[in-house]
Each structure stands twice: as structure tokens, then as C-alpha cells.
Design a protein around this ligand. Structure first.
Ligand SMILES: Cc1cc2nc3c(=O)[nH]c(=O)nc-3n(C[C@H](O)[C@H](O)[C@H](O)COP(=O)(O)O)c2cc1C
Length: 205
């Protein structure tokens, strides 16, 4: 179990070498996983709302149960850790003052509360959750590139039953799971990215 934090990839190389991996070496240092989470948590979000939350699955029995809730996808049990990336907008609403920059002091906290009550107070819990999920997906992107940049691999997953995963993890119904993200050292090559050309998906206006 080698700590690779001393060697990091430039962002271009991290992006170009990232592809989904579904077979992993059995272990990785927990400190590296924590660094990936730290880097992911630096992702920007609208109003600095920061609705993303993580559960890291490491327990082998729990992995088996989550694999079953993910239609038997074996990357869950193969990876040393699976990060469950979810958003909890109700937690944001209850504690929104924490997201105001300390530079702005008490006035900033009051303004942040007013902003959130004004923007989200009139929405339903479900509508707020949909918005928060868009923000958690930015974090998901940061996590995948942070992992690759530190020499690790991932596979983002939406193929699971959310209600079952929430129940297994003791998560409240109102949260939205952005993805399951197995993380570890690759034990297979995977395949290179096959993508549309920039010309195919871009126009200048
Ligand atoms: C939001 C999202 C959900 C995905 N869900 C799954 C999944 O449940 N199982 C799986 O094996 N791959 C899943 N993938 C991986 C995609 O199939 C993969 O990213 C895509 O084919 C491109 O390949 P690459 O990641 O190797 O570049 C998912 C990818 C994304 C972005």
C-alpha cells in the first residue's frame, strides 16, 4: 500500500488519462482518500451553498449490500472505498450562516440567510433537492480529477436503487445521491476516452 501523494499529475494529464476503472487493487492509504475528499470539497457552488456531503463505504459487509442495491455491479466490492456523493439542501437551509465567508462577519451571515430564504424558501423540498444535486455534480467532477491527479482511478455510477442505498446508509429521504464513486488503484487497463470532437459539439455565436 504505497502512498503516492508525493507524485501528482498536471491537470491536463489527469483529464487525459482519466477513464472508468471497474477492477481495483484491494487497498489504498486512507490519508490519500481523505486528500481526494478535501480536494473535492474545494469545488465551487452557487452562493457557496456547499450542499454536497459524503459517505465513504469501507465495511466489506456493507459493500456487499450496496453492490446488491447497484444491480450486482462488482466495482463496489472491488474498490477499497466507494464515496457516496450526495446533497443535503435541508442541512444547507438549517445552517446556511456557516457558508458565509468570515470576511463578511455577522452582517454576511444575515445576508446569506436572507439570500437563501429568498431564493429557496418558496420552493418545495423536492425542488430544492434538484437544485442541490446540480451543485453536487460539480463536486463529483472535482473528485474524479483529484483522484486521477493523485494516481488513483474511479468510476462514476448512477446504476443503483437510490431508496435502497439511502436505507442502507441511514440517509434521510430528502437527500439526493449524485453518484456512487468507487476509488482505488486500477487493476485493469480500462479503455481510452471515446468522445465527440469539439467541432461536433461547439458553435461560436
Ligand atoms: C453520471 C454517470 C453515471 C454512470 N453510471 C455508471 C454505472 O452505473 N455503472 C458503470 O459501470 N458505469 C457508469 N458510468 C460510466 C460511464 O459508462 C463512462 O463514464 C462512459 O462510458 C465514458 O467512459 P470513461 O469514463 O471510461 O471515459 C457512469 C458515468 C457517469 C458520468
Amino acid at each position: 500500500m504505497q502512498n503516492t501523494l508525493t507524485k501528482t499529475l498536471p491537470v491536463k494529464e489527469a483529464i487525459e488519462t482519466r477513464h472508468s476503472i471497474r477492477k481495483y487493487e484491494p487497498t489504498m492509504p486512507k490519508e490519500d482518500l481523505l486528500e481526494i475528499l478535501r480536494l473535492g470539497s474545494l469545488a465551487p457552488t452557487a452562493f457557496n451553498a456547499q450542499p454536497a456531503r459524503f459517505v465513504v463505504i469501507e465495511n466489506p459487509e456493507l459493500k456487499e449490500k450496496v453492490k446488491a442495491a447497484a444491480y450486482g455491479q462488482t466495482q463496489i466490492t472491488s474498490a477499497p472505498y466507494t464515496i457516496v456523493v450526495y446533497s443535503d439542501m435541508e442541512d444547507v437551509m438549517a445552517t446556511v450562516e456557516e457558508t458565509s465567508h468570515p470576511l463578511y462577519g455577522d452582517e454576511g451571515k444575515t445576508r446569506q440567510r436572507q439570500t437563501f430564504e429568498g431564493s429557496f424558501g418558496g420552493l418545495s423540498v423536492e425542488q430544492r433537492a434538484v437544485w442541490a444535486n446540480t451543485q453536487a455534480n460539480i463536486v463529483l467532477g472535482f473528485l474524479m480529477l483529484s483522484a486521477r491527479g493523485l494516481g488513483y482511478d474511479t468510476v462514476p455510477m448512477l446504476g443503483f436503487n437510490p431508496a435502497q442505498v439511502k436505507e442502507l446508509l441511514g440517509l434521510p429521504e430528502h437527500v439526493q445521491i449524485a453518484a456512487l464513486l468507487p476509488v482505488g488503484k486500477a487493476a485493469e487497463e480500462g479503455k481510452s476516452a471515446h468522445r465527440h470532437t469539439v467541432e461536433r459539439i461547439t458553435r461560436f455565436a
